[in-house]
Design a binder for this molecule. Sequence first.
Ligand code: 13P
Length: 254
Amino acid sequence: MRKKIVAGNWKMNLDYNEGLALFSEIINMVKDEATGTQEAVICSPFIHIHSLVQLAKGYNKVAVGAQNAHQEEKGAYTGEISAKMIKSTGAAYVILGHSERRQYFGETNALLAKKTDTALKNDLRPIFCIGETLQEREANTHFDVIKTQLVEGIFHLDADQFAKLVIAYEPVWAIGTGVTATSAQAQEIHEFIRKEIAAKYGQEVADATTILYGGSCNPTNAAELFAQPDIDGGLIGGASLKSRDFTDIVKTFN
Ligand code: 13P
């Protein structure tokens, strides 16, 4: 059975104390809700990570991650944070390739391939984001765009490395817009992604890969999305900033 994950992406929100307070609330609310193969993950700004890891100790269904990591191991990159540093806090995950990083920070598939290698080398599990823009969907190129993101970003990995990844399909037009992909639209892409993984790595690897949906996912639409056969949970932006909403999304699996 592949892992079911609800991951929150706090983005650039919450100061240090606000982040700790929200995380404490979330732990208290989700600790009895995440069961079996489920996991709740919070990807916070860097400044929170170490403290969140401490708060999460003893809760084996709650994990912490970062939202980015540098592609180099270390060196003269003022202001950057390495995968090794993140790992040393006790974090387990790192989001890579979020569309906001692709759009505002010029992250290309080639750069993301390097970031993925460095994250894996340092024993962090990448939550690797892919997804098309509205223009790409309207031009009917969304399948090509997603295939290219897979091929250039992560299909250079060997099967053992690939097995450590979580994939998140986040249509750019659904992020922060309140417009969610319909469950049929999301399922169609998730099925496509799983087929591409099967063609490259075999059915067993494909069946074991957790593929999350992200983009205006909330407690109202999560159940229908997560009921789709190829949707294994969500990457949650806005709704992860409210403990009740995030917990209700986690509870969707029960
Ligand atoms: P929203 O849930 O706010 O649309 O954000 C989704 C997202 O970008 C998660 O990474």
